[in-house]
Design a protein around this ligand. Structure first.
Ligand SMILES: O=C(O)C1=C[C@@H](OP(=O)(O)O)[C@@H](O)[C@H](O)C1
Ligand SMILES: C=C(OP(=O)(O)O)C(=O)O
Length: 437
């Protein structure tokens, strides 16, 4: 296995150009593919999760052209010829890796549109639940068979029956991507729907992203307190002449954390206070625990004054499940126990992230208390050095633990290329802001 040695380092003042948002890229590509005309999308993230969506759309018969790109390091610029709500290819096998933002929305769209489709992914994708979404789609007339374990991919989709039920219920406590998938698929029927969320809805800011992008493509959906959603009849997706994808706020978290940990000003270009991504709230959490924040037009900069300690925290991170992993590493720089709560969804993502985080933090000497939906981290007086960190094929484990090298110790990151899921250039960019000490 490949291993990356990160020597003990500090940061110098740096400016980082963020890659495009994964959540916005995959939603936008699917909506543009379903729209009534041609759209041009700029600064699309160039990573595995997006390539899975792009390959799937191409297999489904959508014409996609790559436009020239002025800067070598930036994302993809694409022209997408919308298929006006009906994919040309009515039979296909789609491999979607471990991309939740491709698997869940494509399941709903294909089940609603009709055709025969086999959807599968990597082994871990076949352990990530999808039963709540399938159940909701079945009440809307979809015909879906589990080809492995009940409630999990792979899935075989058959042409749907004419829906009779226009009131759907979806559970919200496992993944918000199920509701996102319904919200993206149901407008394709042209009919009115009411969707009720059963129980708690987690990761709400991702639903806000979905609603904003639907609106941008011409579909209006109203909601009451993220519990009841109303889709009026007779809507369809309108192409967007030119749309720019924001920088990824979750990917920004590693650099912003580096600014807090090192004290040096680290600026991320590509997002600002107007971002539609919920992970922007991570910046507010950093501010509460000692970061100096400067918000600009298309950038955020974080530093810390030398006399300011990093303060221990106890936060409900349900609204920022991805960026919250970065907080688990920041906890190692605090003098007291820190707790991250209401994060049960960590257990069904790229790996069981609560368990993986606990195991790897313990290797560094931290005392950990793990519950079903929280993690408490008590840092050691001195971190163990030269520890080999396992990354569980989880891009965020690799990116998070790179920050340990800014805490006065060197660290080995196993299988660093797992960052390809969302950020293939991560380690190159991380190295560019570090100076060994
Ligand atoms: O809709 C999205 O773009 C996402 C929703 C979140 O998942 P959950 O809703 O499963 O928490 C998040 O963790 C994931 O990285 C992206
Ligand atoms: C949970 C994640 O991915 P996915 O979109 O596959 O759910 C993530 O990127 O942290």
């Amino acid at each position: 296995m490949n291993t990356l040695h990160l020597t003990s380092s500090t940061c110098h003042a740096s400016t980082i150009n963020l890659p495009g948002s994964k959540s916005i890229s995959n939603r936008t590509l699917l909506l543009a593919a379903l729209a009534d005309n041609t759209s041009e999308i700029y600064d699309v993230l160039d990573s595995d999760d997006i390539l899975h969506m792009l390959n799937a759309l191409k297999i489904l018969g959508v014409k996609i052209e790559q436009l020239p790109n002025a800067e070598k390091e930036s994302g993809l610029n694409l022209r997408i010829y919308g298929c006006n709500g009906k994919f040309p290819q009515q039979q296909a096998e789609l491999f979607l890796g471990n991309a939740g933002t491709a698997f869940r929305p494509l399941t709903a769209v294909l089940a609603i549109l009709g055709g025969e489709y086999y959807l599968h992914g990597v082994a871990r994708m076949h352990e990530r639940p999808i039963g709540d979404l399938v159940d909701a789609l079945k009440t809307a007339g979809a015909i879906i068979e589990y080809k492995g374990k009940t409630g999990y991919p792979p899935l075989q989709i058959y042409p749907a029956q004419t829906p009779t039920n226009h009131l759907l219920s979806i559970k919200g406590n496992v993944s918000s991507q199920f509701l996102t998938a319904l919200l993206m698929a149901l407008p394709l029927t042209g009919q009115a729907y009411t969707i009720k969320v059963a129980g708690e809805l987690i990761s709400k800011p991702y639903i806000a992203i979905t609603l904003k992008l639907l609106q941008q493509f011409g579909v209006q959906i109203t909601h009451k307190n993220f519990q009841i959603f109303q889709l009026p009849a007779g809507q369809h997706y309108h192409a967007q002449e030119k749309l720019f994808v924001e920088g990824d706020a979750s990917s920004a978290s590693y650099f912003l954390a580096a600014g807090l940990l090192s004290g040096q000003p680290i600026r991320v270009n590509g997002i600002d206070a107007n971002s539609i991504q919920g992970d922007i709230a991570f910046v507010h959490e950093l501010e509460k625990i000692g970061a100096r924040v400067s918000w600009g037009n298309q950038y955020i900069e974080i530093s810390r004054s030398p006399e300011q300690e990093i303060l221990p925290f106890d936060i409900d991170a349900n609204h920022i499940p991805d960026a919250a992993m970065t907080l688990a590493i920041i906890a190692l720089a605090c003098k007291n126990t820190c707790r991250i709560r209401n994060i049960a969804s960590w257990r069904v993502k790229e790996t069981d992230r609560i368990s993986a985080m606990a195991t790897e933090l313990r290797k560094l000497g931290a005392k950990i208390i793990e519950t079903e939906d929280s993690i408490s981290i008590t840092p050691p007086t001195t971190l163990h050095s030269d520890v080999h960190i396992s990354t569980y094929d989880d891009h965020r484990m690799a990116m998070c633990f790179s920050l340990v090298s800014l805490l006065g110790t060197s660290v080995y990151i196993d299988d660093p290329q797992c960052v390809n899921k969302t950020f293939p250039n991560y380690f190159k960019i991380f190295a560019s802001m570090c100076t060994p000490v």
